[in-house]
Design a protein around this ligand. Structure first.
Ligand code: AMO
Length: 429
């Protein structure tokens, strides 16, 4: 390794010890006789003092913000330094000199608008607030995985170049696949169902694509979908599992990401179990009682969810039993109430973060559901044929990772959360 200490290990107990640290020059302060280098590494900020008579002083004069340096020096306890200790530099090696001026101020003194931030994304991601978001994301993914592994789930990968739309015909990205038309997967839906028919409990964390025309703070052309499918289960079992996942994730982020949340000046919601389950019909009645011109069959969009949220006063809630025809063909109809389906959305305040359902597991019912939606069963034969050979009843959900992160970081635009967001305007960086 080019270094033997990280910033967060430079503590007063190391007084007098020679250490080698390395990172980015976050800031340089010139105090005549000496220079203060604020050095940033993966663990945060550290302070390095360069005295005028040190051989390192000449090199320090050449330093620019964001240059990468390797510094050898002695630790000195000082209450004014971060964690109560600083390094007195003896040798500074410039590993990569950064150009001046920077297209974006990483130290955060000069604020940039969202377009500039996304254009200069790597520098933007180096800002401590954004680095905090990146770290929280990793804790969320780990907790999602660990919870599911503990519940006996198997992690899978499904193909991303596929032959048919799974979530409806619009919003599809076509690709030319060896001269044939194919599509980028809108979700792993059909393949995760088939795999529930192999190992019962599966999950996948992977990209999904939707050719979203609209430019909203909650839609991306490419998003990470957290998908679960379980055999011998229905939508209530799936909602119970989501409760466990959301509870564990929120708990773990609150405990393990204290520093990061402090940087973001945010406290995630406290998840109270069980999460309220409101049937769609009841939600419509509430909205009607608030004077909205809405009827059975209509979508409950963001403006309506905002109103519903004011009435319900829950940070998290499920809307269950959506109209059958408002859901994709794979969704099971409710047994004694065919106009609604065994389906749900999980809502955070007024943002949909997950949706799921009990699935149809009988071929003839799937064929009928496809036809009702104007789709040709023959186009889905690659999926349907497996229902001839033993498919258990099953259920599952898909959760938008970036939308979950809205709840966990308080950042209100998913484009700020995703590392390199893809939308109608952006294909680079
Ligand atoms: P759905 O289409 O509701 O369901 O998507 C599941 C979840 O994915 C997130 N999401 C998005 N996030 C960002 N940008 C987008 N364009 C976008 N579209 C969707 C949302 C949403 O709740 N196969 C079903 C899931 C299932 O039933 O298992 C599906 O894809 O958070």
């Amino acid at each position: 390794m080019l270094k033997n200490y990280y910033n967060n290990q430079i503590l007063p107990e190391l007084e007098g010890k020679e250490v080698i640290v390395a990172g980015w020059v976050h800031n340089i302060r010139d105090l005549g006789g000496k220079k203060f280098l604020i050095l940033r590494d993966a663990t945060g900020i550290g302070q390095v003092v360069v005295d005028k008579d040190s051989p390192a002083f000449k090199v320090a004069n050449e330093l620019t913000q964001e240059s990468v340096v390797r510094i050898k020096g002695k630790v000195k306890a000082d209450k004014r330094a971060p964690r109560g200790a600083e390094i007195h530099a003896e040798d500074i090696e410039i590993l990569s000199l950064a150009k001046v001026p920077l297209p974006l101020d990483v130290s955060g003194k000069v604020k940039a608008d969202i377009d500039t931030r996304l254009r200069e994304r790597v520098l933007d991601l180096r800002r401590p607030e954004m680095t905090a978001v990146v770290k929280i994301q990793s804790v969320v993914l780990r907790t999602f995985r660990e919870t599911l592994y503990n519940e006996g789930f198997v992690e899978i990968f499904t193909p991303k170049i596929i032959a048919a739309a799974t979530e409806g015909g619009a919003q599809l990205f076509p690709v030319i696949y060896f001269g044939k038309e194919a599509f980028l997967a809108q979700s792993p839906q059909l393949y995760k169902e088939l795999m529930a028919g192999v190992v019962e409990k599966v999950f996948e964390i992977g990209p999904a694509w939707r050719a979203e025309e609209s430019d909203t703070p909650y839609h991306l052309a490419e998003f990470i979908s957290m998908d679960v499918e379980m055999a011998f289960a229905d939508y209530n079992d799936v909602m119970n599992l989501i409760e466990k996942l959301i509870y564990n994730i929120t708990q773990r982020v609150s405990e393990d990401c204290k520093e990061e949340l402090k940087l973001l000046n945010y406290t995630p919601p406290t998840v109270k179990l069980p999460i309220k389950r409101i049937p769609y019909k009841e939600a419509i009645e509430i909205l009607q009682s608030k004077g909205l011109n809405i009827k059975f069959g209509d979508d409950i969009g963001t403006p309506e969810l905002r109103i519903l949220n004011e009435v319900i006063k829950e940070e998290l809630y499920f809307i269950t039993d959506w109209p059958t025809m408002a859901r994709p063909f794979y969704t099971k109809v409710k047994d004694n109430e065919p106009e609604v389906s065994e389906s749900f959305d999980l809502i955070y305040k007024w943002l949909e973060i997950a949706s799921g359902s009990t699935r149809n597991h009988r071929r003839e019912i799937l064929e009928e559901a496809l036809k009702k939606r104007g789709l040709r069963p023959e186009s889905f034969e690659f999926f349907l044929r497996w229902f001839d050979y033993g498919m258990p009843p099953h259920a599952g959900f898909g959760m938008g990772f970036a939308r979950l992160m809205v709840m966990l970081t308080g950042i209100q635009n998913v484009k700020e959360i995703v590392l390199f967001p893809r939308d109608k305007k952006r294909l680079t960086p």
